[in-house]
Design a binder for this molecule. Structure first.
Ligand code: ZN
Length: 472
């Protein structure tokens, strides 16, 4: 909502706040208190809130105190400035305009990496900020599996595109109706007017200051219904924050355990729930009421359309299967960026080559290529892999939920989502940040990171949608 003119002042304000908060947290007194508390924490029950609070705070402190407050402030300040440069560059579709800011961001990130002990790979340090404890090598292993299994599958689907008609997804859908329908869905999921909001934005996100103040944003395009899926996505993020145990309120533990786990929740509501046939058995007659032009479409046809797999240019618009390759491309480039293995001026070219290699797509301009995402403008290198990790994790948790609640899909058909939400509260959300992401995943899914369930889910579902035999 801020006018553009406020950007420079906001950059300075954010940098000041960041520096003050950082200085307060890394003050020697906090270090002394933590040193005193750690042995005490070890005498407590490992699962108690106090033990977790000490353990997690000690870990946060250990990381934070390595970074000089000036560097932390500079990263924040440059990020806010580079964001504006990125907006302009994207508008002009001119990477050259963004390049000097990206160079500065990368240089700061390299100084940041130098604050930490040498990791197996430089990228490990960046990844750890978003997915604590995850190694680049582990991510690479998962991504290599996705490449090996899904690239040939996408190629096969390409030959069966006639099986899926999605022409009716483009039409004239009044935004106020879209909002109304999105609200109808997420209210059934658990959105309530006294503790949640849904507002329009350019780039959808969820944010909140506490479990009783959850703010979702979405965007409405008159010619499509993407807002409905993005509302379900953001509900998933909001629900995670909303259901953290109230005993953790106003502590550093009162939020999700990692970005990957967070994304597992948004993708679960958006895809595993919101693109399932039972979900649409309940909601399809309702969306037909809201948008009469869908009146002549069959449920099965609709279900196939919302699951269509089609290589495309933009990550945030990508389908469930090709989405991962947008992420893998960025993950591979980012490692070269932080390692100084490439000249940043060559990024557009390298980007386009990978789009061609993975998705067979020619990139027409830099706005729809290397400049499409905001992340590099705020120095968020290491962030992208968590999107695909979220996909992988979402199905691991989903399989466990289905095992324990075999009638889950029957409930969706009745418009009933409370048992799923409550199951997620119990097995994942309530823990907040009490445990490491690895421990949290183990509690929620009963297993450690494994791409198998996700690959099976995608190939089974899409084989059904496209009427092709599932690969053995
Ligand atoms: Zn998300």
């Amino acid at each position: 909502m801020m006018p553009r003119g406020g950007a420079q002042a906001r950059a300075e304000q954010l940098a000041t706040l960041d520096k003050l908060a950082h200085e307060m947290f890394v003050a020697p007194e906090i270090g002394r208190l933590i040193d005193e508390l750690v042995p005490y924490g070890e005498t407590l029950d490992y699962d108690s809130d106090d033990a977790a609070l000490i353990r997690r705070s000690a870990r946060d402190y250990e990381k934070a105190h390595r970074v000089p407050p000036e560097l932390s402030a500079e990263i924040t300040r440059q990020g806010a400035i580079a964001y504006e440069a990125w907006v302009d560059a994207r508008q002009a579709s001119d990477f050259g305009k963004f390049l000097p800011y990206l160079q500065k961001n990368v240089e700061l990130k390299q100084r940041y990496v130098d604050c930490f002990e040498r990791a197996d790979e430089t990228y490990d340090v960046l990844l750890d900020d978003f997915e604590e404890g995850m190694k680049t090598a582990e991510v690479r292993e998962v991504f290599d599996q996705l490449k090996a299994e899904l690239l040939p599958f996408i190629a096969e689907i390409q030959e069966h595109q006639d099986a899926v008609d999605d022409s009716f997804l483009h039409g004239n859908f009044p935004p106020d109706k879209q909002r109304e329908f999105s609200l109808e869905i997420i209210r059934r999921f658990g959105f309530t007017d006294d503790q949640w909001r849904l507002d329009p934005t350019v780039h959808p996100f969820a944010s909140g200051t506490c479990p009783t103040d959850i703010r979702l944003t979405t965007r409405y395009a008159e010619d499509n219904l993407e807002s409905i899926f993005s509302s379900m996505h953001e509900f998933g993020h909001g629900c995670y924050e909303h259901q953290v145990d109230r005993a953790l309120d106003r502590t550093p533990l009162c939020s999700g355990a990692s970005l990957g786990l967070h994304e597992s929740q948004s993708r679960m509501w958006e895809n595993l729930v919101g693109r399932s046939l039972p979900f649409w058995r309940y909601f399809f007659p309702r969306i037909q009421d809201a948008f009469p032009e869908l009146g002549s479409v069959e449920l099965e046809t609709w279900y196939k359309a919302v699951n269509k797999v089609q290589p495309s240019l933009i990550r945030v618009d990508a389908d469930e299967v090709t989405y991962n390759f947008h992420v893998i491309l960025r993950f591979e480039l980012e490692q070269d960026i932080i390692d100084d293995a490439i000249d940043l001026a060559d990024l557009p070219e390298l980007w386009d080559a990978k789009m061609k290699e993975y998705l067979g797509i020619d990139v027409p301009d830099e706005a729809r290529g290397v400049l499409q995402d905001v992340h590099w403008s705020f120095g968020g290198l290491g962030y992208f892999p968590t999107y695909s990790l979220g996909n992988v994790i979402s199905v691991q948790i989903w399989e466990r939920a289905l095992e324990e609640m075999p009638d889950l899909y029957d409930q969706f058909e009745q418009g009933e989502f409370t048992p799923l939400r409550e199951w997620l509260r119990h097995h994942l959300h309530r823990y907040g940040r009490k445990y490491t992401p690895r421990e949290t995943l183990e509690k929620a899914a009963g297993s450690s990171l494994d791409a198998g369930p996700y690959i099976r889910y995608l190939t089974d579902k899409m084989s059904e949608v496209y009427g092709i035999g599932a690969p053995v």
